[in-house]
Design a protein around this ligand. Structure first.
Ligand code: AMP
Length: 254
């Protein structure tokens, strides 16, 4: 982390030199925060959910296979996801690191990622875990609406647009993701618990897990403010190899 880059806000920041992984259930706010961190460091934000949705929109062979699985709220098979991820992180814009959002989701994916990163000469990833009360999640997810034009995210309960179902930024129509509907959210959360919770335990055992209170960060999220200093803090912590030493403890306080 020796070089400086100029991010879009014009301030000079230290360069990211590794992958950052955001873990947390759907609706924990990790997507918005991951985008912000990536923007701050000028590195790609890699959301496997977005990548899969793009493939569906373009009607690629991958998209055609993934669509019915995603509609059921299940995880897309590794045989499809891992190749997509490998091809993406080998692109030149990933040289200085990238922010993963929604990947890995299982221990098998994490083990694959670790060997992929090693092969490509990256340092070990920083893992940020968003912890949130499950009761808050349903309201967050079912209330989420996304602008069809610019992708801006709203919440009809917590951060509604000024005009009914139109984006404040560009007037684009707001839509609900098909898998954010109430009947799909249950299976998605169950899939998360069953397959991703062991992943949290896995990274905790490795001493790589940094936990953040996602219920707190939603205040900033809903107000449209995300404090980039918190991410500087996270990255500074990992660069100086500070890790959680007590299993299950929250070592990052915001
Ligand atoms: P997300 O946008 O991260 O909530 O993901 C939406 C859906 O895409 C998930 O419910 C899965 O069906 C699929 N998906 C996204 N990332 C992965 C992944 N790493 N492994 C398997 N399926 C994924």
């Amino acid at each position: 982390m020796k070089t400086s880059v100029a991010p879009p806000d014009g301030k000079s920041v230290e360069q990211l030199d590794r992958a950052v992984i955001f873990l947390g259930p759907p609706g924990a706010g990790k997507g918005t925060q991951a985008k912000e961190l990536a923007r701050h460091y000028g590195v790609p934000h890699l959301s496997t959910g977005d990548m899969l949705r793009e493939n569906i929109a373009k009607g690629t062979p991958l998209g055609i296979k993934a669509e019915p699985v995603m509609k059921r709220g299940e995880l897309v098979p590794d045989s499809l996801v891992l190749k997509m991820v490998q091809q993406r992180i080998e692109q030149p814009d990933c040289t200085h690191g990238f922010v993963f959002d929604g990947f890995p989701r299982t221990v098998a994916q994490a083990q694959y990622l670790m060997s992929l990163l090693r092969q490509n000469g990256y340092k070990p990833a920083l893992v940020v875990h968003f912890v949130i009360d499950p009761k808050l999640l349903l309201r967050r997810i079912t209330g989420r609406r996304m602008c069809k034009v610019g992708g801006e995210i709203y919440n009809i309960y917590e951060r509604p647009p000024k005009c009914d179902l139109r984006c404040d930024q560009d007037g684009g129509e707001l839509e609900q993701r098909p898998d954010d509907r109430e009947e799909i959210v249950g299976p998605r959360l169950q899939a998360y618990e069953k397959q991703t919770e062991p992943l949290v335990a896995y990274y905790r055992r490795l001493g790589r897990l940094h936990e953040v209170n996602a219920a707190k960060s939603v205040d900033a999220l809903c107000a449209g403010r995300v404090d980039v200093n918190r991410w500087r803090f996270i990255c500074a912590a990992v660069m100086s190899s500070k890790r959680c030493t007590v299993p299950g403890s929250s070592c990052m306080k915001f």
